[in-house]
Ligand binder design. Structure first.
Ligand code: NAD
Length: 477
């Protein structure tokens, strides 16, 4: 039985209600979680406030950095254990789960080193004044985390918030809690004081909503779907609570005829099948210059056909989707595409060892997807790639920008001037030229424009979002 983690104690929810934990590889329940409510959030916020006012606020930046560094080492020691938890809980193939645990290590390392480098500025002002700024923590930050990359998103959001001097209340997704409960316990083991990191599990509309509404939460970092992001923004607006929104995407990979296709093909495939396509920054549209459309579709199709899907423990190319409703959602997108006459180029295969009760979906490549079809506009959140062709730069940019999202974009061309021209014109929080994702780089600011959200996490930039700026003007004559 999994418990909440409040003030460095494992505690049951006040209501004593629980939820099932399902293994996506088998569809079977293997554990239970706390189904918490507003009373548990209130206890977590009080614990956080107590921590803040009884030592944490006075802790120096150097000491915070040392704690985070110790946590990074501890997580590294436990990387296999954490990866195994996430493998079972989220259906992640072994390699992916392990990469996520190591990314968590990197986030804590990065933010450990950043703590004592975050400072204000002096501002030249009138004679007789000294003016400067302090970067101060918000206080208690709330973190609402989705199920697709729990460890990575915890690392970037809680790591940044702690580095900036905040204390945290975390609400993981009801579908992905196990690794994060363990990380909160490990933090206590390395010396994080009671109340610095609190974790409360349960449904979003119950405990997530209670967190967003709690008057003791001074900043909300939300990562999840655009529709829930809207709700969070509305709730936060009632008390003018600052919010960072990391939402969805429909990210394009724009491939020109002069691109190095040997380099591009494996990256384009990985960008849509990694984590079974359940990635906010998945490269879910491939826009191909007319002259190479047919030949590149042949190559991509062959690569799709070779992809194997199966249980997480088999560590194949693709694992299961997170839950049955997600599987049904992806199947519905494919049924709609078929009904609209959109041709399928190729599909991967589900191995015989995959239990029929698991949530599997064969990776699918579709071509000639009309720009206004939902497959070209909405986040599928599954291993489904929509291909379209363009004739020139203007059309490529128009297609790339023709969704309500703007999270990540990839551009493949050898022409230097074109690389810059296109990067400037793309509506996107990140642009990658002749690569995609730069290996995840924890140092690289990340976030969206348009309906992909606002505010930035990752990198040093995140620390500005986790602080508020105070201007101090001293008149000394
Ligand atoms: P979701 O919006 O359903 O849930 C996200 C979190 O919000 C969960 O913890 C959930 O319990 C909680 N929640 C749900 N309803 C709530 C409510 N009414 N009030 C408060 N909290 C509530 O998203 P998901 O299905 O878990 O994750 C997939 C989505 O997340 C996709 O849209 C994906 O693109 C997005 N995502 C974005 C990023 C990014 O950095 N931009 C990263 C990962 C995932």
């Amino acid at each position: 039985m999994q418990l909440n983690y409040i003030a460095n104690e494992n505690v049951a929810s006040a209501s004593n209600q629980t939820l099932p934990v399902i293994d996506p590889s088998t569809g079977e329940e293997f554990d239970r979680l706390q189904r918490s409510d507003a009373a548990d959030i209130d206890a977590a916020v009080r614990a956080a406030q107590h921590c803040l006012e009884n030592g944490w606020r006075k802790l120096s930046a150097v000491e915070r950095g040392r704690l985070l560094y110790k946590l990074s080492r501890k997580v590294e020691e436990h990387a296999d254990e954490l990866a195994l938890l996430e493998q079972r809980d989220c259906g992640k193939p072994v390699k992916q789960a392990r990469a996520d645990a190591l990314a968590l290590v990197r986030y804590f390392e990065f933010y450990a080193g950043a703590c004592d480098k975050l400072h204000g500025e002096t501002i030249p002002y009138q004679d007789g004044y000294s003016v400067f700024t302090w970067r101060e923590p918000h206080g208690v930050t709330g973190h609402i985390v989705p199920w697709n990359y729990p460890m990575q998103i915890f690392g970037r959001s809680v790591g940044g918030a702690l580095a900036a001097g905040n204390v945290c209340v975390v609400k993981p997704s009801e579908d992905a809690c196990l690794s994060l409960i363990r990380v909160a316990q490990l933090a206590a083991e390395v010396g994080f004081p009671a109340g610095a990191i609190n974790l409360v599990t349960g449904y979003g509309h119950e405990v997530g909503d209670a967190l967003a509404r709690h008057p003791g939460i001074d900043h909300i970092s939300f990562t999840g779907s655009p529709s829930v992001g809207t709700l969070i923004q509305q709730v936060a607006a009632e008390r003018h609570c600052p919010v960072t929104l990391e939402l969805g995407g429909k990210s394009p990979q724009v491939i020109f005829a002069d691109a190095d296709l040997d380099a591009a093909v494996p990256v384009v495939i990985n960008a849509i099948v990694q984590n079974a396509g359940q990635t906010c920054s998945a490269g879910s549209r491939v826009l191909i210059e007319h002259g190479i459309y047919e030949s590149l579709l042949d190559r991509l199709g062959a690569a799709f056909q070779a992809l194997q899907v199966g249980p997480a423990a088999m560590d194949l190319d693709v694992g299961p989707l997170i839950r049955q409703t997600q599987q049904q959602r992806v199947a519905q997108f494919l049924a709609d595409a078929k009904a609209a006459g959109i041709p399928t180029v190729a599909q991967g295969s589900i191995v015989d060892q995959a239990p029929p009760t698991g949530f599997y979906q064969a990776p699918t490549l579709l071509r000639d997807v009309p720009v206004d079809h939902r497959l070209a506009q909405e986040e599928v959140f599954g291993p489904v790639l929509a291909a379209m062709s363009f004739r020139d730069e203007d059309e490529a940019v128009a297609l790339a920008n023709a969704t309500r999202f703007g999270l990540v974009a990839g551009v493949w061309t050898q022409q230097g001037a074109r690389q810059f021209r296109i990067a400037k014109r793309l509506q996107s929080g990140q642009v990658f030229i002749n690569n995609y994702g730069a290996g995840g780089g924890v140092e690289l600011p990340f976030g969206g424009v348009k309906s992909s959200g606002y505010g930035r996490e990752k990198g040093f930039e995140a620390l500005y979002g986790f602080t508020t700026l105070k201007t101090v003007a001293v008149r000394h004559g």
